[in-house]
Write a protein that binds this ligand. Structure first.
Ligand SMILES: C[S@@+](CC[C@H](N)C(=O)[O-])C[C@H]1O[C@@H](n2cnc3c(N)ncnc32)[C@H](O)[C@@H]1O
Length: 466
């Protein structure tokens, strides 16, 4: 290690920047975040810094470099494109024992600035000691994706409880064990899910209760998206990797399931049309039972749990039984599938509204407000509409939609097996039958479908017609 990583308190202290270009602006942004008083000196100033100067957030002096500008500085940065100026700044700062950084010139620096991942008050600094700043930034972006945005809130709440923990546990060893348990337990999940009051109450309870801690389970109701695993949210992935048991549906793709923690128990409760492995009420009870037995239960659903996903019913049962839970939205089929089919659901020329509707037949019948579905300037997206497709098309035409209205059916959208049949409303059912399309299929009806001809961008590996 050639340099010691330290965090320097520059709050309300003077930091001087020589140079006022874009690189200087990036450094200034960091200094301002840390609460510094910033003074910038240069003959010309870039727009970003000029805006900050106008807003009174920095002091700007339009002048060439002079040594006097460094007076009273606790830190100096040289960011000009003139090597002789940068060298002069470096030498003068070193002579005055002021820490100095010269952009892109490690030999002239007494300190370098790290790439940071900020989850304030937690800050992670990454340095390549000036050798490979791009590598440091690359590592930073990797760490950004791994650390939930709420880590700062965990640190802040831990800070609030520091004194209470200290008065309950006399030794640092006991305090360490306490915090390690907390950090690996459900309280952290409460904080990350935005349930901070519940987290504080649980911490208070833990500190006032002298009985052995009970193992608490919970349910994560997670939307697994339409199929492509890259469409999972960060939070979904994190919870998938820490569950004890995964209760999943038919629609969850194999690639998504692959990302669930290897040694988690897997329970399939998939539903296919008219044939449910477990009735919904049994699934609701199963989730509650597993969580009450202390398990972290991942309830993994295709798409979004609250869009034709019966997620609401599941959490109603959990609420009734006092089981903690959190809901993680997923990309619903309408969003994901239409994007991958090159069909924007709204467009200023063609559709100002979009209707999501289920085509699930009730007692073999479709029970729609056909007039509402037939309105112009809107896109209709039908989930579970494959079986009733011929009926839907006929009824729409009977209610005034043109038989020439563009329409498409997308099978297994967003996956490498995606297939698309696009046709006029009048021919759609016939063409879909001829192509032998199988569930899951999403139907999109509206003028926007014609845009697919121009905007189709996704190329699944499995090539089909359409
Ligand atoms: C029971 S609903 C569940 C919807 C899910 N909760 C969502 O938000 O996407 C199942 C229907 O969603 C649609 N669907 C889900 N994933 C799909 C995909 N990858 N491609 C096409 N349709 C899909 C189909 O219409 C399927 O019959």
């Amino acid at each position: 290690m050639q340099a010691l990583p330290i965090f320097m308190n520059i709050n309300d202290r003077l930091c001087v920047i020589i140079g006022a270009g874009e690189v200087a602006a990036r450094k200034v942004t960091m200094l301002l975040k840390a609460g510094a008083k910033v003074s910038v000196h240069a003959p010309d100033i870039c727009t970003a810094l000029a805006t900050l100067a106008e807003a009174g957030r920095i002091h700007y002096e339009q002048a060439a470099y002079t040594e006097k500008q460094l007076e009273n500085a606790c830190l100096v940065i040289a960011a000009t494109n003139d090597l002789s100026v940068n060298t002069a700044v470096s030498m003068a700062a070193k002579a005055k024992n002021i820490p100095v950084n010269v952009v892109d010139a490690p030999a002239l620096c007494t300190f370098t600035m790290a790439s940071i991942v900020e989850r304030s008050p937690v800050v992670i600094a990454i340095s390549s000691e000036g050798h490979a700043p791009v590598l440091a930034r690359y590592l930073r972006s990797k760490i950004e994706t791994m650390l939930p945005a709420g880590y700062g809130r965990i640190a802040a709440i831990a800070g609030e409880f520091r004194d209470k923990v200290k008065s309950k546990y006399a030794t640092s060893q006991a305090r360490r064990v306490f915090w390690e348990d907390v950090l690996q337990g459900p309280i952290v999940e409460r904080i990350l899910a935005g349930q901070e009051a519940a987290a504080r109450a649980a911490l208070d309870h833990l500190l006032s209760d002298n009985t052995a801690p009970q193992q608490h389970g919970e349910v994560y109701l997670v939307g697994g998206g339409p199929g492509d695993p890259d469409l999972l949210t960060f939070r979904a992935l994190r919870l998938m990797q820490q569950c004890d048991v995964c209760v999943y549906d038919k629609l969850v793709s194999a690639e998504v399931l692959e990302l669930v923690r290897r040694d988690a128990e897997r329970i399939y409760v998939g539903k296919s049309r008219d044939q449910h492995t477990l009735a919904q009420e049994e699934i609701n009870q199963l989730l509650a039972r597993l969580a009450l037995a202390g398990k972290r239960v991942l309830r993994l659903k295709g798409g979004d749990p609250f869009i034709f996903g019966r997620g609401g019913e599941e959490i109603e049962t959990l609420m009734q039984q006092g089981v903690p839970f959190q809901v993680v939205p997923g990309i619903t089929a309408a969003n994901g599938v239409s994007s991958y089919a090159g069909i924007p659901l709204t467009h200023r020329d063609y559709a100002q509204a979009c209707l999501f509707i289920t085509g699930h037949l009730k007692n073999g019948e479709l029970d729609f407000d056909w007039a509402a579905m037939a309105r112009p300037q809107q896109t209709v997206v039908i989930y579970m509409g494959l079986v009733g497709l011929a009926q839907i098309c006929q009824q729409l035409i009977a209610h005034g939609v043109s038989a020439n209205m563009p329409a498409a059916v997308v099978q297994q959208g967003t996956t490498q097996n995606q297939r698309v049949v696009s046709a006029n409303l009048g021919d759609l059912a016939e063409q879909v039958a001829a192509a032998n399309m199988k569930a899951p299929c999403l139907t999109i009806i509206g003028e926007v479908v014609q845009l697919r001809e121009k905007l189709n961008w996704f190329e699944p590996q499995t090539k089909h017609a359409g």
